[in-house]
Design a protein. Structure first.
Length: 77
C-alpha cells in the first residue's frame, strides 16, 4: 500500500487471452462506475459464469473464471 497499490487483480494460472479481455472489460466498467474492486470482480465472475457454461461447458467456464483473484487493503464493501 505504501507504494500506491491498494488492490491487485491477478490470476492463479494462465488464462485464455480472450477470456482475460472480457473479464477485464467488464471489471473496469463496474470499477469505474464506483464498485469496489473485490466486489466488481466477484460480480463479473458471477455474471459471466452461466453464459460461459452454455458456450464452453462447465469445466472450461470455471477454468477461465476461477483463477482471477483480487487482493485488497482496507474494507470490502
Amino acid at each position: 500500500y505504501a507504494a500506491g497499490a491498494g488492490n491487485l487483480i491477478m490470476t492463479l494460472w494462465p488464462v485464455d487471452d480472450r477470456a482475460t479481455v472480457k473479464v477485464m472489460e467488464k471489471f473496469y466498467e463496474k470499477y469505474l462506475s464506483g464498485t469496489p474492486p473485490p466486489r466488481a470482480l466477484a460480480e463479473v465472475q458471477r455474471e459471466l459464469l452461466k453464459p460461459w457454461i452454455e458456450d464452453h461447458g462447465e469445466i472450461e467456464a470455471i477454468r477461465r473464471l476461477a483463477p482471477f483473484i483480487c487482493t485488497s487493503i482496507g474494507p470490502v464493501e
